[in-house]
Design a protein around this ligand. Structure first.
Ligand code: RFL
Ligand code: PHB
Length: 389
């Protein structure tokens, strides 16, 4: 087989890139290790920056998002018994869209299928060959049979556990990592959200987040120990702990119910450099991870897709290599700012096991500063809605 761009990974990054390229007449084949149902079964991001919303529009996949998504022009932050609001619209003139990653992915799959786009599921043993040459190719097995696709470029959109990053030699690759000493236990429940805006709560018992998918579907998270397992937490225990971690005025309105999904995610900051090697380009979680506190993971994946898509269209339409050659530098400049924001917001909101009284006082001082300073709120809002591409 032959195509212009082989895209490894059929998550949101890979599908968005494939659909954007298709709209400009550039051919790609997506190789996904799992099944479509498996990919759509993962409950992940819920908050989309304007940049991602615009990319979905450019991809021709925004109709349902605009109909069913919710515009949020601010968020609630609580600590102790205090609650304040960060007004995104007032500070930045912008806002965010609450629309689940599952729905984004579903819309992208629908668009690719409608366009007859090639997506190979159950692609096993995917391997990248000759990425430093002008004739790279990708091999894989499907149903026990070997396949080979010759191409111009390879996009590594295969997430944190993928093979693309590992294909860059160790003497070229540099990795930066920070592991946080806690995780997030998340549940999805068919109950109305406790509030019309997200609530980020820095309680003495640990962090909690009240989020949502729609008027009937809520997403809640609590900080948990890294040794906890989802099955250690009954629904009743989860609700009880959540109630203790959010302000009473909200807890009084919380509607509880059975969870329809329960999972634990560890928190990690991670960046690999460079994000390109010859004709291989890394996008999204394949190249970087943020703790979910700032809602930046999927959004940073989207900005990578934007830079790569721009570079590839420039190459195919004019023959110029400037855009693709600058890809890693441009993407990383924005990635590190999202890393900084996610690290800062995580550090502000969580209880750390080894925290001293001094550390706690500093956290409280910073929360008070954020509560009372318009300048601090503007910085927070500007980062939360997303820095420009
Ligand atoms: P994905 O989604 O991991 O998709 C990668 C795909 O590649 C496939 N794959 C392979 N395919 C072929 N061969 C191989 N060898 C392969 N290895 C892997 C996988 O099966 C998969 O289908 O990466 P992508 O596309 O870069 O997307 C990144 C986002 O999924 C991620 O950044 C976000 O979910 C992070 N995130 C959030 N981001 C936000 O912007 N806003 C949020 O509100 C937000 N909340 C979250 C989050 C992540 C969370 N978890 C569970 C980590 C909340 C949580 C709890
Ligand atoms: C979510 O709704 O899953 C969500 C929202 C905001 C975050 C993280 C996750 O910061």
């Amino acid at each position: 087989m032959k195509t212009q761009v082989v895209i490894i990974g059929g998550g949101p990054s890979g599908l968005l890139l494939s659909q954007l390229l298709h709209r400009r007449g550039i051919e790609s084949i997506v190789l996904e290790r799992k099944t479509k149902d498996y990919v759509l079964g993962r409950i992940r991001a819920g908050v989309l920056e304007t940049g991602l919303v615009q990319l979905m529009e450019q991809a021709g996949c925004a109709t349902r998002m605009h109909a069913e998504g919710f515009i949020h022009s601010g968020t609630q932050i609580s600590y102790g018994t205090d609650i304040f609001r960060i007004d995104f619209a007032a500070h930045t003139g912008s806002n965010v869209m609450v629309y689940g990653q599952t729905e984004v992915t579903r819309d992208l799959y629908a668009a690719r299928e409608q366009a007859g786009g090639a997506i190979e599921f159950d692609a096993q043993d995917v391997a990248i060959h000759d990425a430093k040459s002008d004739r790279p190719y990708v091999s894989y097995r499907q149903g026990g049979r070997p396949h080979r696709i010759d191409c111009d470029f390879i996009a590594g959109c295969d997430g944190f556990h993928g093979i693309s990053r590992q294909s860059i030699p160790l003497d070229v690759r540099r990795e930066y990592e920070k592991i946080y000493p806690f995780g997030w236990l998340g549940i999805l429940s068919e109950t109305p959200p406790v509030n019309h805006e997200l609530i980020y709560s820095a309680s003495d018992r640990g962090f909690a987040l009240c989020s949502m998918r729609n008027e009937k579907l809520s997403r809640y998270y609590i900080q948990c120990s890294l040794s906890d397992k989802p099955e250690d937490w009954t629904d009743a225990a989860f609700w009880q702990e959540l109630i203790r971690r959010i302000p009473e005025s909200f807890a009084a309105n919380l509607v509880t119910g059975p969870s329809i999904e329960k999972s634990i995610a560890p928190l990690r900051s991670f960046v690999t450099e460079p994000m390109q090697w010859g004709r291989l380009f890394l996008c999204g979680d394949a190249a970087h991870i943020v703790p979910p506190t700032g809602a930046k993971g999927l959004n940073t994946a989207a900005s990578d897709v934007h830079y790569l898509f721009s570079g590839l269209t420039e190459f195919y339409e004019t023959g110029a290599r400037a855009g693709i050659d600058a890809y890693s530098g441009k993407a990383l400049a924005r990635v590190w700012k999202a890393e900084r924001f996610s690290w800062w917001f995580s550090s502000l909101m969580h209880r750390y096991p080894d925290q001293s009284d001094f550390d706690r006082k500093i956290q409280t001082a910073e929360l008070e500063y954020l509560r009372n300073s318009a300048a601090a709120q503007k910085v927070m809002a500007e980062n939360y809605v997303g820095l420009p591409y």
